[in-house]
Design a protein around this ligand. Sequence first.
Ligand SMILES: NC(=O)c1ccc[n+]([C@@H]2O[C@H](COP(=O)([O-])OP(=O)(O)OC[C@H]3O[C@@H](n4cnc5c(N)ncnc54)[C@H](OP(=O)(O)O)[C@@H]3O)[C@@H](O)[C@H]2O)c1
Length: 275
Amino acid sequence: MRIKTCFILLVALFPNLDDSHAADPETIAIIGTGDMGNSLGPKLAEIGYRVIYGSRNPSRDYIADLVKNTGPGTTAATQLEAAQAAGIVLLAVPWPAMERVAQNLGSLDGKIVIDVSFPFEQGPDGYPQSAVETSSAELIQGWNPGAKVVKWSLPTAYYIDQPLALGRRQLNLIASDDRVSKEKVAKISAAIGQVPFDAGPLRMSRAIEAQVLLFMVPLYQRRTEHWENTASLSSYWSCFWQEDWSEPVNDAGELAKFPTVQSQPTPCSEFPPDR
Ligand SMILES: NC(=O)c1ccc[n+]([C@@H]2O[C@H](COP(=O)([O-])OP(=O)(O)OC[C@H]3O[C@@H](n4cnc5c(N)ncnc54)[C@H](OP(=O)(O)O)[C@@H]3O)[C@@H](O)[C@H]2O)c1
């Protein structure tokens, strides 16, 4: 009893001690309320997360409508307040704003911080190029060493609203140095109708961002047909290379068991013998 009274007194004197209320693990702060934020918010609320939007101006009418349309329990606050209230912080701001935003959300220690950004700019030849030497996710991790940063490569916001609009679900590449956080984001991805793909450690964000850059080439050529950031499941390598494989990397854990929500890979018997 005395210990409990002491704790209550301490919390009253130092409110940050009581982190369990300050950062709810089932609350996701969406920082930025643009195309990506307003597509993800309702989907995340639908699968049971409490959403809190972090906006530069949370009191405007647009935000009130977004909060209302997202679902019960949704709120809005400043970017800093939203990040501090949540166990998961999803950064959905344009890359040029990221450096300032990601360093002004208070301590993100212990929180899952999701990076969905692509740090691209237009190069001198007219094609897009990366605006960073490593990757956005690694920079965000460097600015917030205590955070568990996860790169989550999502398709165009429209395919978050309509996951089957292209006739099949879209592949989401997910990378992190923290397996449990990566697994959590992968489960979220599957639950909102996407196809999670374990893309390995956080440094793979460079490859993820490079792949998206490549898929944007037709867009910069102003071709009407271009690629979404996706790929198809295949059993090709396991059919023909399994015996030559060396020891696997054994850090996938539960990620290796993700439900196959896309079509089944082609059975080995269906590949031509002379391939
Ligand atoms: N849109 C897509 O289809 C898509 C697809 C894949 C990845 N992404 C990535 O997702 C991120 C967000 O994209 P988006 O299309 O949603 O961008 P957006 O619509 O241009 O803006 C996102 C939001 O960020 C906040 N914001 C803008 N400038 C800011 C600044 N200087 N400082 C602080 N906050 C600022 C604004 O929210 P408030 O006004 O409420 O503060 C804004 O509505 C980007 O990094 C992008 O690469 C987007």
